[in-house]
Design a protein around this ligand. Sequence first.
Ligand SMILES: [Zn+2]
Ligand SMILES: [Zn+2]
Length: 84
Amino acid sequence: MQIQNMCPKCGIACNFREEDGKVYMACGHCDYKSEFKNYTVHECKECGYDKAIITFYGVIIGDEPPLQLYKCLKCGFVDREGVS
Ligand SMILES: [Zn+2]
Ligand SMILES: [Zn+2]
């Protein structure tokens, strides 16, 4: 799964921000802004914010389970949890 936060105009990663309880992604380069719904509730260990993006860090070789990464929408801290 890939993070869908690329600006369609510029092709660079957008920033996330919360307004009125909704999460938006906004480009820092142009005026692109879109509501982002593909987040999950996960409390950040760094700042305590409760919304994050899930990405998977797949492990193809070996017996280790893939890691599920939670990236905080506020501070960008990445928390990792193994999934089985
Ligand atoms: Zn842009
Ligand atoms: Zn955070």
